[in-house]
Design a protein around this ligand. Structure first.
Ligand code: PRP
Ligand code: URA
Length: 209
């Protein structure tokens, strides 16, 4: 069964609270999201397997440890998922990057696919799907389905803020996918926005409203 990992380190709660404030500008919003991605990246990859290998220190031979695999891919859901990319790339500079374009229809709140470009060997990789907002869960559920259709079997979902109904939808559709999230908020409003949330993440990142 899918596990929910709530990563509520004090630093993350502090930064997320500033992001939530409506008077936080796009520049600060992006910067804080970037910093949170880096902090969350530690936890999302905490259980990566290690292997021993011989190293020579200035003093003697010793046993070093390195990550034994699997290779990583980061797949942001456009647009807002891009806000979590560079923090993860700081930690995993050689990870390949795919892009899935989905937008929510304003009336139905259903995700609509408009783009998909993935690394050719995506099915061999551990894929971290990023999207700051997990509202109805429709976008994340569909993005994961698209990856599975391409043969991907090892997927983690990294979000910033979600609500119980969105988490439940992803977990029911994809019980093999663990979810990493910084905060579980209260509910969705009549426009399917997260309450209290932080507003429209894409608009706040890119200053489009
Ligand atoms: C937002 C957000 C998620 C989606 C979450 O994207 O970034 O992708 O909504 O909602 P859901 O869980 O109900 O599917 P949006 O459609 O606003 O597109 P954008 O990122 O391009 O702004
Ligand atoms: N998408 C957002 O950007 N924010 C929400 O609260 C819900 C969906």
């Amino acid at each position: 069964m899918s596990q929910l990992h709530v990563i509520d380190h004090p630093l993350i709660q502090h930064k997320l609270s500033i992001m939530r404030q409506s008077d936080t500008c796009s520049k600060d919003f992006r910067q804080l999201l970037d910093e949170i991605a880096l902090l969350m990246g530690y936890e999302v990859t905490r259980d990566l397997p290690l292997e021993d290998y011989p190293i020579e220190t200035p003093i003697c031979m010793a046993v070093g440890r390195r990550i034994a695999g699997p290779k990583l891919a980061i797949v942001p859901i456009l647009r807002a998922g891009m806000g979590l990319l560079s923090g993860l790339q700081t930690l995993f500079p050689v990870a390949k990057v795919g892009h899935i374009g989905l937008y929510r229809d304003e009336e139905t709140h259903q995700p609509v696919e408009y783009y998909c470009k993935l690394p050719v060997d995506i099915e061999k990789r551990l894929v971290i799907v990023t999207d700051p907002m997990l509202a109805t869960g429709g976008s994340a559920t569909d993005a994961i389905t698209m990856l599975k259709k391409r043969g991907v079997t090892n997927i983690r979902l990294m979000c910033l803020v979600g609500v119980p109904e969105g988490i439940k939808k992803v977990q029911e559709a994809h019980p093999d996918v663990d979810i990493y999230i910084a905060a579980v908020d209260d509910h969705l409003n009549e426009n399917a926005y997260i309450v209290p949330g932080l507003g429209d993440a894409g608009d706040r990142i890119y200053g489009t409203k």
